[in-house]
Design a binder for this molecule. Sequence first.
Ligand SMILES: Cc1cc2nc3c(=O)[nH]c(=O)nc-3n(C[C@H](O)[C@H](O)[C@H](O)COP(=O)(O)O)c2cc1C
Length: 338
Amino acid sequence: MFSLLRPALFQLDPETAHHLTLRGLNVAHSFCLNGIIAPRITDDPRVIMGLTFPNPVGLAAGLDKNGECVDGLAALGFGFIEIGTVTPLPQAGNPKPRLFRLPQANAIINRMGFNNDGVDALIANVKRVQYRGILGINIGKNAATPIENAADDYLICLRKVYPHASYITVNISSPNTKNLRQLQDHDALNGLLKLLKAEQQKLTDKHGKYTPIVLKIAPDIETEQVVQTAQLLKQHCIDGVIATNTTLSREGVEHLPHGSEAGGLSGAPMREKSTTVIRQLAAALHGELPIIGVGGILSGMDALEKIHAGAALVQIYSGLVYRGPALIAECCAAIRNK
Ligand SMILES: Cc1cc2nc3c(=O)[nH]c(=O)nc-3n(C[C@H](O)[C@H](O)[C@H](O)COP(=O)(O)O)c2cc1C
């Protein structure tokens, strides 16, 4: 089915194709047709962060920023779905065009800039979903909030999404929000994690529910900073880490149409970069907290590479655009049969 649809979708501008696909998935779900689009997936449960994941292959953040298509996406067979990044207030994101396909490289460049309807709209959508599986909610800061006040935005989102999320991802690694990646620096990260952890404790008491917090990091950091980050994660008892977000590197795509567009590069060309960070994290974390591996998974073997590097779970985004939902089953099978 996907191989029939892909040529038509790739004729459209990427953002239009994106919206049409999400709408189509919702319609297919309401007519119980998603089974035709995606093969059934055998359960391969994993207990991570106290949560039971029916299989280890999840949807990465950014595809369903407002949580508008959770049921349609879940029906494709994902073991978990991450929605967002959501910010306290709605914002339009960067001017269009801001999303580019690089089909020769199975890659995407985006500079969306956290376009989203705001945290209240996301929660209203989440309240309507039928899906009862693992739902991650990825939180960020508004572009208009000065970086010195970033923690306020994360705390606003944390408080609001806490009772509705299976886990919460703190995104400090998008390259498309000015200065955001500064939050990865030692002192800034130390301060932020301390505040988030204290708030998590209060919210656990308030809601009688522990919601794990995971940090999503960039692939563009040196080994020394990976080790430092791992130490902070352990020190603050953060529940998990997602490695990685998109890269600023243009290695392997410089020569291609759109290869020099500004933004974050994802898909095949960043696979090794993200696997390297996972490997470095695994060595520094000694299994004390789980790693969710993401970046450039276009095949079952790519997913397995992340697991061998030390990831407990994986996520996909660009691979879904190029390979369609069959990639989910392929990754599950490769990991199950390893
Ligand atoms: C169009 C687009 C939008 C994205 N938006 C977000 C986002 O809002 N928050 C986030 O944490 N990651 C976002 N990402 C990054 C993905 O979640 C993922 O980390 C990255 O694309 C690497 O995985 P991939 O190679 O499988 O695409 C986005 C990626 C793409 C391609």
